[in-house]
Design a protein around this ligand. Structure first.
Ligand SMILES: [Zn+2]
Length: 344
């Protein structure tokens, strides 16, 4: 019996040494100490031992059981440590690995330009307002002195929704909404989308973006208009070499809602005014329209045109962005090609 106990202990030691996982260890525990385990079988065999020997043998079996349990516990702890070390090694972070580049989004060049325009005019004390993109004929045409026979009302240029509704052709309609709702002084810009029945080509799009500006107060002159636009354009293009010292030019023009009216140009920032392909050899780049608010428009919103004068201007945001970023095709703005937008 004593020999059997000794052999069992040796076998247990050997098997525990070979066990490689905690699951296997549990199996060995059952095989040794479980109900049908080897040690239990040994205890059952006590019946064949002489009565006088039983207490001693019992003691021996019990001591063996305690030692086997201690071995199981030690091996368990060891296996746990090995498993933990392996997990840590697998999860190790190699700080010398180069980081994966996270791609950054970019603001669309039109958004950047629009934000720049808003920032500059905000600095000049202008309030930013918005208006509806679907307008009645009154706001889009009549209130702006564009009479029923004016060519701009022609269905060839405008997108009509019904007899009395049109997709706004200019942001100028916002002027009327603002002036109807408040008394002078008024000092606003209105950026937004406008719609034309235009065929799409390199420089035209049926939908594009405009900024309208309006200032109405006492004693406003054309000189204020020229100074405002010149200061604005020098700031907008200051990042381009020569941009902060560009010159402006105002050419007489006709708009129904301003009198006098003008188109405004900047000295070509690509050739400095000597003439190049961008300015078609003229040394100037056309930017937009402007003028003193027509007294008839002021009367339409019940402002006293004897007391108040004002100026208005409008230009395309696409055109500004094309000059600012050197883009030669308006369609690139709307293609949503990430290779394009990532360049700005
Ligand atoms: Zn030029």
């Amino acid at each position: 019996m004593q020999e059997q106990i000794q052999q069992l202990e040796e076998r247990a030691s050997q098997r525990l040494h070979e066990v490689a996982s905690l699951a296997d260890l549990e199996e060995v525990r059952r095989a040794l100490l479980g109900k049908k385990g080897e040690l239990t079988a040994l205890l059952r065999g006590m019946g064949g031992v002489a009565a006088g020997e039983r207490p001693r043998m019992g003691q021996l079996v019990n001591d063996a059981k305690l030692r086997i349990e201690a071995m199981l516990e030690a091996r368990g702890a060891e296996l746990t440590r090995i498993a933990r070390d392996a997990a840590l090694a697998a999860e190790i972070i190699d700080v010398t690995l180069p980081a994966r580049a996270v791609p950054f989004g970019r603001r669309h060049p039109l958004t950047q330009t629009s934000d720049d325009i808003v920032r500059i005019f905000s600095g000049l004390g202008y309030e930013v307002v918005e208006g509806p993109e679907v307008e009645t004929l009154y706001y889009n045409f009549d209130a702006l002195n564009i009479g029923p026979d004016h060519p701009a009302r022609d269905e060839k240029d405008s997108l009509f929704i019904s007899d009395n509704l049109v997709m706004r052709t200019e942001t100028s309609a916002v002027q009327i909404h603002v002036m109807e709702s408040r008394q002078p002084p008024v000092k606003i810009i209105a950026p937004g989308r406008v719609y034309r029945r235009d065929a799409v080509d390199r420089t035209h799009s049926a939908i594009f973006h405009q900024v309208e500006g309006l200032l109405v107060d006492q004693g406003v002159t054309f000189g204020d208009l020229k100074g405002t636009l010149t200061a604005f354009l020098q700031q907008l293009f200051e990042a381009i070499p020569g941009g902060s010292s560009l010159r402006t030019r105002f050419r007489p023009h006709y708009f129904p809602f301003t009198e006098p009216s003008a188109e405004f140009d900047i000295s070509c920032i690509f050739c400095g005014g000597t003439g190049c392909s961008t300015c078609k050899g003229t040394g100037w780049i056309e930017l937009g329209g402007c003028g003193m608010v027509h007294p008839g428009v002021l009367e339409n919103v019940r402002y006293d045109s004897e007391t108040y004068t004002g100026f208005a201007f409008g230009f395309g945001i696409e055109r500004m962005a094309m000059i600012k970023f050197g883009i030669d095709n308006i369609r690139l703005f709307y293609d949503n090609d990430i290779r394009f937008s990532q360049q700005f």
